[in-house]
Ligand binder design. Structure first.
Ligand code: C2E
Ligand code: MG
Ligand code: MG
Length: 446
């Protein structure tokens, strides 16, 4: 009996594991006649990347400390268990007030961890449901909470209360992940087949120079053409490609194709200075030899001038210690490096001086409120935007403003001194076949 119970305890955190946790809750439901329960699932955001950045043993320590903290703060829980990896589940009596738990969890989220001399601030997402256990099984309730967590992840929410439509979204996402796994996991041969048969393609979004009155460059944005779901956006599959270890191969293809396409447009449309921005994920930067190799090959096979390539990086978790050196190597090849989505995630002003970057992409979230009807909001947004442009210019960084959607946003950022602009106002990402037309006729629109 003891051995059986031990098998059901997660050895790292000493919490019950998923199977045992569910069993415990079900037993409690039977014996205590609990009729409803709040089921809360909690996930540490981008834990895989944190683990890559701080190392496995520190990552394990973070999980252990999280488990300890949860047990201490929520001593009144019916059950707390580790459902898998960086996922924990907390179950409370449904007769108690849910809001107090949400507030406590939010407080929990904000407290930094001190782990072996490092201060780590976690970001967690929470999905929750209040289940009537006479009407649905506990397992079913847990799936609903997981669907809410999934919805939170996909929509950038910290906390999300379950609604029925979220089950459909989760099912669809699950299918995407499975299909991607199926089509890519076995070996790179299958991946190349998928690429060759146009399962993947690149959309290109123009970046406009207000000063030059022309299209300064394009950003390559990867798409996956799914046989049933149609176009799948990168936010729904890049993390899966990273998880199953095919991002290097996929990323190499994007580099090669984007450089080759750009050179073709440079030549056929007589646009010798047209630049190309290419996104790379933080995973590709950790062991950057493959990335550097692919980049060199893309430059060599296309004969593109390296200074016309801009590698875009996003700091969604603290970069690994090796990243600055990798970026320096990219710069040494003559390419530009841009910090993407500046102002979101972990990117901070300090990074502008510590990372060897040449360019800065100001995130859409700063642009959104510039033309808000709420005067106070738009005034504040303007002050912040002016500050960012000032700092970037002072540091000699090239600034690209992302997500400009309206004429009034364009007027404001232009007045604040923005030159390079990208956003739906000028154009959404375009198919390869639409680019020629845009590049030829863009003068009219700019
Ligand atoms: P990103 O690099 O910040 O790219 C800009 C995203 O904002 C694109 O979304 C683009 O379609 C969208 N966007 C552009 N202008 C506007 C606008 O005016 N309004 C709004 N609402 N959105 C706008 P998309 O194509 O879904 O790409 C999402 C992210 O996926 C990219 O963000 C990038 O981080 C990543 N990604 C795309 N392609 C690749 C790739 O080949 N490799 C890697 N590692 N990541 C990629
Ligand atoms: Mg980008
Ligand atoms: Mg961006």
């Amino acid at each position: 009996m003891v051995a059986e119970t031990l098998n059901h305890i997660d050895t790292l955190t000493e919490l019950p594991n998923r199977v045992y946790g569910c069993q415990l809750v079900e037993e409690l439901i039977l014996t205590d006649k609990v009729t409803s329960a709040h089921v809360i699932v909690l996930e540490i955001s981008r834990f895989g990347q944190i683990s890559d950045s701080v190392g496995n043993s520190l990552a394990d320590k973070i999980l252990t400390m999280t488990a300890k903290r949860l047990s201490k703060i929520f001593s009144d829980a019916m059950c707390i268990y580790r459902s898998h990896g960086d996922n924990f589940c907390l179950v409370f009596d449904g007769d108690l007030e849910l809001q107090q738990y949400i507030e406590k969890l939010q407080d929990f989220i904000q407290r930094p961890f001190a782990v072996r001399g490092k201060i780590i601030v976690l970001s967690v997402r929470i999905g929750l449901v209040t289940a009537k256990l006479a009407e649905q099984s506990y397992t079913n309730a847990m799936h609903c909470a997981e669907a809410a967590l999934h919805y939170a992840k996909m929509n950038g929410l910290k906390v999300c209360l379950f609604e029925t439509h979220m089950l459909d979204t989760a099912k669809k996402e699950h299918q995407v992940a499975n299909d991607l796994r199926r089509s890519l996991i076995s070996n790179s041969h299958e991946l190349f087949n998928a690429i060759a048969s146009d399962e993947f393609y690149i959309a290109y979004q123009p970046i406009i120079s207000r000063n030059q009155q022309n299209v300064a460059g394009l950003e390559a944005l990867l798409r996956w053409n799914h046989s049933e779901l149609g176009t799948v956006m990168p936010s729904n599959f890049i993390h899966v490609a990273e998880d199953i270890g095919v991002m290097d191969v996929l990323g190499a293809w994007v580099l090669r194709k984007a450089c080759a396409d750009t050179v073709q447009w440079q030549q056929t449309l007589n646009l010798p200075n047209l630049s190309i921005s290419i996104n790379v994920s933080p995973k590709q930067l950790i062991n950057a030899d493959i990335l550097l190799n692919s980049l060199e090959q893309a430059i060599e096979s296309s004969s593109i001038a390296p200074h016309l390539i801009r590698i875009e990086i996003t700091e969604s978790v603290e970069f690994a210690d090796s990243v600055p050196a990798s970026l320096q190597k990219i710069r040494s090849l003559g390419c530009k490096v841009a910090l993407d989505d500046f102002g979101t995630g972990y990117s901070s002003i300090v990074k502008l001086t510590t990372l060897p970057i040449s360019d800065l992409k100001v995130d859409r979230s700063f642009i959104l409120d510039l033309d808000s009807a709420d005067q106070e909001k738009s005034d504040k947004a303007r002050i912040i935007a002016r500050g960012i442009y000032g700092v970037a210019n002072g540091l000699g960084l090239n600034v690209i403003t992302e997500g400009v959607e309206t004429a009034s946003q364009l007027a404001i950022v232009t007045e604040l001194g923005a030159d390079l602009i990208q956003g739906y106002y000028f154009s959404k990402p375009l198919l390869e076949k639409e680019i020629t037309d845009f590049l030829q006729h863009s003068k009219v629109a700019i």
